[in-house]
Design a binder for this molecule. Structure first.
Ligand SMILES: [Cu+2]
Length: 121
């Protein structure tokens, strides 16, 4: 009888612990979606920025990786931000700001155009 009660209690404790852990994990993942900044990759291939439009939030980091065999730049249309030269297989990154100019191009190849869409998270 006592042994049965102890086993039942242990099972109850185990179930409660498992539920608590699951709840903690799910709360953490909800929180991470809200507050943890993200890292985005924009690839440069064949004279194109991929993706052409990237949605990002202030505090996120965007990394441009140049997979072409020639250098490019990542330059805001109003020139308020600029990577300068990004060598072949080189990369450049910047921190997203709320008031950042959203359209950009390459100084060497003005037909290379892309945009950011900055949203608050
Ligand atoms: Cu270019």
């Amino acid at each position: 009888m006592l042994v049965g009660f102890i086993i039942l209690s242990l099972r109850t404790v185990a179930v409660i612990s498992a539920v608590t852990v699951l709840l903690f994990i799910s709360l953490r993942s909800v929180k991470s979606d809200d507050s943890i900044s993200k890292e985005h990759i924009v690839e440069i291939r064949n004279l194109e920025f991929i993706p052409k439009e990237l949605v990002a939030a202030p505090g996120d980091t965007i990394i441009w990786i140049n997979h072409d065999i020639i250098p490019h730049t990542v330059t805001a249309d109003d020139e308020s931000w600029d990577s300068d030269l990004v060598e072949a297989e080189g990369q450049w990154q910047t921190l997203v700001k709320a008031n950042m100019h959203e359209t950009y191009f390459c100084r060497y190849h003005p037909s290379m155009k892309a945009k950011l869409r900055i949203v608050s998270r």
